[in-house]
Write a protein that binds this ligand. Structure first.
Ligand code: PLP
Length: 297
């Protein structure tokens, strides 16, 4: 069973944070050693729907390093439901990386397709022909049930005292859940880890409930060169942040989130008296792709 008992919410201080601004981290990464924080929230209602519908299992999609693939495999194992992962790219015969090995060990059937087949994954024929009676979860867990699960993130602990809520954005599903559940006085800020992903605003808006919700925006200038691109500056920052706070972050999402946060603080983005809640969405398994020793934790 997945319980929220290990999740913590604690304030932290760093050398660059002025006393006029308070910051706290919601550690969803502590949820489970293998299921990275936000992915579980995106999966829970999808898996519940598949079970309620008596589907044969779950099918989902991702690249070879996908946190979502790793999380889906484990969540389905926990739930006792079959799952199949459609993996993008032709490299399958070369090596099984740690993400895929973990998914395989947790019972996911891995199906490797070419990039072209992957691009066509949403066509009606592909879905109906190959996988009847399966519950399909889009790449990254991006659907309304995914956003619904993420609405629970802000109620694990009392969070209404915070003025701003920050999280990293891939598909925007988590951000949508946060916006749907934030209090009207809060500002929800997403940090895109993708370069030039200006379609995100619409994708998030499509997952929002109608009616009033908190103010939100996506900042697009903190991708650090693009998805999964890492600079020595990012690695240094992640190591320093760990030394100062004891909080480990990942190179793809949460490291870019805290680096963006520090730059926003230094540029005076947050008014004095702001209380910032950062969402640690997990993803630490992604660091296993680094050469050992690059990160200090
Ligand atoms: C997938 C992921 C995200 C992005 O979540 P979206 O809901 O797709 O925006 C953020 N952080 C981590 C660690 C992730 O694995």
């Amino acid at each position: 069973m997945i319980s929220y008992d290990n999740i913590t919410l604690a304030s932290f201080k760093t050398s660059w944070l002025p006393d006029t601004i308070q910051a706290a981290m919601l550690r969803l990464d502590k949820l489970h050693p293998e299921i990275s924080g936000n992915k579980w929230f995106k999966l829970k209602y999808n898996i519940a729907a598949a079970k309620a519908n008596n589907d044969n299992g779950i099918i989902t999609y991702g690249g070879a390093y996908s946190n979502h693939i790793a999380a889906t495999a484990l969540a389905c194992k926990e739930a006792g439901i079959n799952c199949m992962g459609i993996i993008r790219g032709e490299e399958h015969h070369q090596h099984m990386n740690h993400t895929l090995k973990m998914a395989d060990a947790n019972g996911m059937d891995l199906v490797f397709v070419t990039r072209e087949e992957y691009r066509n994954r949403n066509s009606h024929e592909t879905r109906e022909g190959l996988y009847p009676d399966y519950h399909i979860i889009p790449e990254g867990g991006h659907n309304a049930l995914g956003a619904k699960g993420c609405e629970e993130i802000l109620s694990i602990f009392p969070t209404s005292e915070y003025t701003h809520i920050l999280c990293a954005v891939g598909t925007g599903t988590t951000l949508a859940g946060l916006i749907n559940s934030a209090a009207p006085h809060q500002q929800v800020v997403g940090i895109s880890v993708l370069k030039g992903a200006h379609y995100l605003e619409k994708e998030v808006a499509d997952l929002l409930k109608s009616g009033q919700h908190a103010d939100w925006k996506i900042l697009h200038e903190f991708h650090g060169g693009g998805y999964a691109k890492k600079s020595p500056q990012l690695i240094d920052f992640i190591n320093t942040f760990y030394r100062e706070t004891g909080i480990p972050t990942d190179i793809i999402y949460t490291g870019k989130l805290i680096l963006a946060f520090s730059e926003l603080v230094q540029h005076g983005y947050f008014p004095n008296g702001s209380k910032i809640l950062l969402i640690h969405t997990g993803g630490l398994q992604g660091n296993l792709s680094l050469t050992p020793g690059v990160l200090s934790f």
